[in-house]
Design a protein around this ligand. Structure first.
Ligand code: NAD
Length: 489
């Protein structure tokens, strides 16, 4: 309910009464072990680490720190389950388990959403309306494919790979786990998943769901830990496939480590995506699309539209409206349903973002931040615009992974294509225009795995997702997501 009106920078905004989501219904243990072979298993080192709420730095739980022995146990369990049970099971039976996981997740959707928000700092509106429903939909979608693989790959004999080692980042913890586990199971593989160290809780809740769904022991194993735990999984001899989502730096290390082995890999890496506003764009919708493209999830989105290109004749209007809109965004408690921008995921990530903001200022760009008070006690960063940036500037070239948007202008479509493609990354792009012909022209010339037209950051389990260049290779989602987990003969 609206409480009072305030005016900042000429923008009238409403202050809303707090509307925090309840945490009464969630069930969090104080300590989590690894989930291996259908059981909760203590870490062989005896070590645990804390996972905290980045909005207030309070400890949520402690989580097992996995080492190579734990990974070995998990891979052995996955291999045994693959050989003895999962690869032998009729595909229609496998599908039933995957459907069951999806339905149980739906039943516990509120609990998943609240835990995701507490652990990741992302706003509850997003966890509730995007992350959790999409994660459930991935299980539903891939359950549907499990007994139809001969239609997915007509005239080919389809074989599973074996044991898949999967490593996920912190920005969409549950969704990334679903992207990886669902197609692997549907194609008859077994899994060892290593979630990100700052956001392990929803993957561990997923282990509970998987357990309750009665999935045979060892089909899905979850080992928590840091980068060294992930490295132990990558380097384990008995893993047939590595599915990694994370930074380009770690992706390159993984690629070197598996070179010369028989391991298959998909690498979903960083991005620096262009959001392009042409002079005939629907301006108000485009401004909303810019906000959604980068400030959604505090800029913690691999495909964030972090480079804005505006055609010169409309640049002034777009920038003015964008500044106006930033002043009406609510930055605050991620658990509050009114909050637009939540917490930065960790102290380290906030330090990285602050470092880039300083670089932008030092390189002579013009910075704009709305007049807003940041909540105290957690990791927060205001939405930030940088204008007067050169194509070669650090902020335009490097992934920041925070709510920082660079703004450049252009005169012709050819110019913006050159500028947009002048990046080491090639994950996503957005185009805003009234004309279908301009959309078709740009989509054929932009080097990006995903291109949205007159919208941004829309995901669907039926659509493949993945990048070019330093954004990685392989596709997840859709029919393409199945090919990453099969051998075709
Ligand atoms: P990160 O690379 O630091 O970590 C990702 C995961 O890899 C974590 O689980 C981490 O523990 C593990 N890891 C770290 N070092 C490892 C090693 N040497 N061997 C094996 N595993 C290791 O990335 P992050 O900071 O968690 O996530 C942010 C990055 O992820 C951004 O660059 C973002 O663009 C990218 N991302 C890409 C996509 C995509 O689909 N392309 C989606 C989400 C995030």
């Amino acid at each position: 309910m609206a409480k009072k009106q305030t005016k900042k920078e000429g923008v009238v905004t409403w202050d809303y009464s707090p509307a925090p989501e309840s945490t009464g219904h969630i069930n969090l243990k104080k300590q989590y072990d690894h989930y291996i072979d259908g059981k909760w298993v203590k870490p062989s080192s005896g070590k645990y680490f804390d996972t905290i709420n980045p909005a207030n730095k309070e400890k949520l739980a402690e989580v097992a720190y996995g080492n190579d022995k734990d990974i070995d146990k998990a891979v052995k369990a996955a291999r045994k389950a693959y050989k003895n049970v999962w690869s032998k099971m009729a595909p229609s039976e496998r599908a039933k388990y995957i459907y069951r996981i999806a339905r149980l997740m739906q039943e516990r959707a509120r609990e998943f959403a609240v835990i995701e928000t507490l652990d990741a700092g992302k706003v509850i509106r997003e966890s509730r309306d995007v992350d959790v429903p999409l994660a459930c939909n991935h299980f539903f979608y891939y359950a549907g494919w499990a007994d139809k693989l001969e239609y997915a790959f007509p005239n080919r004999k389809v074989e599973s790979l074996g044991v898949a080692g999967q490593i996920t980042p912190w920005n969409f913890p549950l969704l990334m786990a679903a992207w990886k586990i669902a197609p692997a199971l549907a194609t008859g593989n077994t899994v060892v998943l290593k979630p990100a160290e700052t956001t392990p809780l929803t993957a561990l809740k997923l282990a509970e769901v998987i357990h309750d769904a009665g999935l045979p022991p060892g089909v899905v194993n979850i080992v928590t830990g840091y980068g060294d735990t992930g490295a132990a999984l990558v380097n384990h001899d008995d893993v047939d496939k590595i599915a990694f989502t994370g930074s380009t730096g770690v992706g390159k290390i993984i690629q070197k480590e598996i070179a010369g082995t028989n391991k298959k890999a998909t690498l979903e890496l960083g991005g620096k995506s262009a959001n392009i506003i042409l002079d005939d764009a629907p301006i108000d919708q485009a401004v909303e699309g810019i906000v959604n493209g980068i400030f959604f999830n505090q800029g913690h989105v691999c495909c964030a539209g972090s480079r804005l290109f505006i055609q010169e004749s409309v640049a002034e209007t777009v920038i003015e409206k964008l500044k106006h809109r930033l002043n009406s965004l609510i930055i605050g408690d991620p658990m509050d349903k009114n909050t637009d921008i939540g917490a930065i995921n960790s102290k380290a990530q906030l330090a990285t973002i602050d470092k880039y903001i300083k670089i932008g200022i030092d390189e002579g760009a013009t910075m704009y931040q709305p007049d807003c008070k940041l909540p105290k006690g957690g990791y927060f960063c205001p939405p930030t615009l940088f204008m007067d940036v050169a194509q070669s500037s650090t902020l335009v070239q490097e992934e920041i992974f925070g709510p920082v948007l660079t703004i450049q202008t252009f005169r012709t479509v050819d110019e913006v294509i050159q500028k947009a493609n002048n990046s080491p990354y090639g994950l996503a792009a957005g185009i805003w225009t009234d004309k279908g012909s301009r959309i078709f022209n740009l989509t054929t010339k932009l080097n990006a795995g995903v291109i949205w037209a007159n919208t941004y950051n829309k995901f669907d389990p039926t659509s493949p997702f993945g990048g070019y260049k330093e954004s990685g290779f392989g596709r997840e989602g859709g029919l393409h997501g199945l090919s990453a987990y099969v051998k075709l003969k």
